[in-house]
Design a protein around this ligand. Structure first.
Ligand code: 5GP
Ligand code: MG
Length: 450
């Protein structure tokens, strides 16, 4: 998963990109980078760490120019190291070009080995680099034509931004897996993964870039291309469940409202006879509001989060995550003593967090813990840009409901049904990807599920 931001023809291009990335930090905390263009040269800075740690005033000052793209990353393909940080910048015989990518290309390994056998040398182990090679090798004349030529050869999920000396290109794959939105600030076009980036910088949201749409932004204005064969859309439902920020608007909806509707639907499907409903911070909040309102049970903040720790889930080491839960969340002891509670969280992945949380609730004196999850059981890994673990680590893939309930020490456990989830998406239900719950992957590919 990653966050991307781009801007064309604004005097404060790199400063605004910095702010945009700051608003998108939830999409990736591993590394951050910006490439700017002053019409003659591209300027580049990327580093491991959070946006606020990576950039200083001096660094931003050196990122000259009126256009820029930026990227925050957490790895889905390629290891966590600086050579895999983006934007990825290259010089080739036509000039310079930098790319920022959110998604995951399912045929990248295949293309990469083909190119390597013909002598190509790769600098990173990111799937994104494949696109750069394909653009550079294309015989087409303009950057936009070469980009189209390259994108027609790759499969999978991509929302991406390309900056050259004098143009900005934004593209979203024909399935529309990952979001990408278009806005404007003082006449300058801006593109971002989510609208929350526009809200921070004071840009106006114009519209979403459509699945299969490519925008070319240059001195002449903004031009839209739709070069792909139309595909049934498969926008990522997990953006709504967990990933996107609740104040963002994407896939034609308010993330906050959608999350609330998941909670309300869950309350209809699996009511709980309890004294209070408790959200699991922070990702469980909106769904809990929907659940409590629908079931007319008081909402209480029975678990408090310490906000001064990063999102520990991102750390690749299992033992760090275990430690993280303990230092991140704390129960409100007085509130919970002798109470029957329903807790609402957005998802269970490995169930290690849920188990520890319930242990803490029990220790605080909760008598009954009815766990409600505002998404269906995650049984399959994602190959389209969400960093879900292998099948063997997904608890719902290896255990049944009763076993999971026991594992997490819950009095009862209910997930939102797939039908319920689809119902919340109303007339657009067909245009989402539910593969993490069903295993029905929209693109056939060689996969290693285990
Ligand atoms: P578990 O109990 O399965 O160990 O963890 C569930 C928690 O992980 C939920 O609160 C959910 O919000 C969170 N979660 C689900 N997917 C992701 C993800 O991709 N990244 C992070 N940081 N947290 C996630
Ligand atoms: Mg959470």
């Amino acid at each position: 998963m990653c966050g991307i931001f781009g801007i064309y023809n604004h005097l404060e291009a790199s400063n605004l990109t910095y702010l945009g990335l700051y608003a998108l930090q939830h999409r990736g905390q591993e590394s951050a980078g910006i490439v700017s263009s002053d019409h003659r040269h591209l300027h580049h800075y990327r580093q491991m760490g959070l946006v606020s740690e990576v950039f200083t005033k001096d660094i931003l000052k050196r990122l000259f120019g009126k256009s820029a793209i930026g990227h925050v990353r957490y790895s889905t393909a390629g290891s966590s190291e600086i050579k895999n940080a983006q934007p990825f910048l290259v010089d080739y015989y036509k000039g310079s070009l930098a790319i920022a990518h959110n998604g995951n290309l399912t045929n990248a390994p295949l293309i990469k080995s083909e190119l390597e056998s013909k002598g190509s040398i790769f600098q990173s182990n990111m799937d994104t680099e494949v696109i750069v090679h394909l653009i550079a090798r294309s015989k087409e004349k303009s950057t936009i034509e070469r980009t189209v030529h390259a994108l027609k050869q790759v499969e999978g999920a991509y929302s991406l931004l390309i900056v050259t000396e004098n143009e900005l290109i934004a593209a979203r794959d024909p399935f529309g897996f990952r979001p990408l939105v278009l806005g404007q600030i003082k006449g300058a076009p801006v593109v971002a993964s989510e609208t929350c980036a526009f809200d921070l910088i004071g840009a106006k949201f114009i519209r979403e870039i459509e699945p299969g749409e490519i925008l070319l932004i240059n001195e002449e204005g903004t031009k839209s291309f739709k070069p792909f064969v139309h595909k049934q859309h498969h926008q990522c439902i997990f953006e709504f469940i967990y990933f996107a920020r609740p104040d963002s608007f994407l896939f034609k909806r308010s993330v906050y409202e959608v999350r609330k509707s998941f909670g309300a639907q869950l309350a209809k499907e699996a009511p709980a006879d309890v004294d209070m409903v408790v959200p699991i911070p922070d990702s469980g909040f909106p769904a809990t509001l929907g659940f409590a309102a629908e079931s007319k049970i008081p909402l209480e903040l029975g678990m408090i989060r310490n906000h001064y720790i990063g999102r520990t889930f991102i750390e690749p080491e299992q033992r760090i995550r275990h430690f993280g839960v303990k230092i991140k969340l704390n129960p409100v002891n007085n509130l919970l003593k002798g109470k029957r509670i329903a807790t609402v969280d957005d998802s269970i992945v490995r169930a290690t967090t849920s188990q520890k949380i319930n242990k803490m609730f029990r220790k605080a004196g909760a008598k009954e813990i009815h766990v409600r999850i505002s998404s269906p059981p995650i049984t399959h890994p994602c190959f389209f840009g969400i960093d879900t673990p292998k099948k063997s680590e997904l608890i719902a893939s290896t255990h049944n409901l009763k076993e999971i309930q026991k594992f997490i020490h819950a009095t009862s456990l209910h997930y939102l049904s797939l039908e319920g989830l689809r119902k919340c998406m109303k007339e657009d239900a067909e245009s989402f990807c539910y593969a993490c719950f069903t295993g029905n992957y929209p693109i056939p590919f060689q996969m290693d599920l285990e």
